[in-house]
Design a protein around this ligand. Structure first.
Ligand SMILES: C[S@@+](CC[C@H](N)C(=O)[O-])C[C@H]1O[C@@H](n2cnc3c(N)ncnc32)[C@H](O)[C@@H]1O
Length: 196
């Protein structure tokens, strides 16, 4: 059982597989912070991958809230279920399928977190507009510049305000024979906004 509510659970605490990418803990921490989660909220984690965002969100919204974790990859769904079990959470439901279809049947959300859905991200953002409650938050993690451009274009046309764009490049230390060097990871852009 994980005892802390602070975002940024170390990656090594999650079950991992080679087949499923995980949003690294430092980026995850920023995403969770931008989501401004509160107890009792309903959250979608779209492209849940390892389920690390779902677990962090599940802890933040507490047992009075819920998280709907969606992925179209069976390996991701299986891994997410393992991590939910590992952290002993009962407020996360897992949905297998394409988020563009599955999102249509979901109850309205307070927060939608979208991560690494590549070419589908623009369409998922567009569909999210009608699924977010007024005042709800959207947080999008983006790696590809094509995705970034398409999301910026669509966000401007939708009913969102306070659009914030943050790009981070995390470097992590590695010991060498002569000292400690910093190794840079790829930049990640995090867009967050509030539904009007
Ligand atoms: C970078 S991973 C997300 C990592 C996750 N946030 C974590 O912390 O483990 C992106 C995920 O999005 C999923 N995905 C991509 N397009 C999707 C779509 N249209 N519907 C559902 N899942 C999708 C992929 O299968 C993949 O597991």
């Amino acid at each position: 059982m994980w005892d802390f509510k602070t975002p940024g659970i170390p990656d090594e605490n999650f079950e991992r597989t080679e087949k499923v990418p995980i949003t690294k803990e430092e980026v995850r921490t920023i995403q969770i912070s931008k989501a401004r989660l509160k107890p009792g909220q309903t959250v979608y984690d779209i492209g849940c991958g390892s389920g690390s965002i779902s677990v962090e969100a599940g802890l933040q919204v507490e047992s009075s809230g819920k998280v709907l974790a969606i992925d179209h990859d069976e390996n991701a769904i299986e891994l997410t279920k393992k991590n939910i079990q590992k952290f002993g959470l009962s407020n996360i439901s897992v949905i297998f399928g394409d988020a563009k279809e599955k999102i249509q049947d979901l109850e309205p959300a307070d927060v939608i977190i979208i991560g690494g859905t590549g070419g589908d991200t623009r369409d998922i953002v567009e569909l999210s507009e009608n699924k977010l409650k007024s005042g709800g938050r959207i947080v999008i993690g983006i790696i590809l510049i094509e995705t970034l451009y398409s999301v910026l274009q669509i966000l401007d046309k939708l009913q969102f305000k306070s659009i914030d764009i943050t790009q981070v490049t995390i470097s992590k230390s590695r010991k060498t024979t002569t000292g400690t060097m910093m190794l840079a990871r790829n930049p990640v852009t995090i867009i967050s906004a509030t539904r009007v």
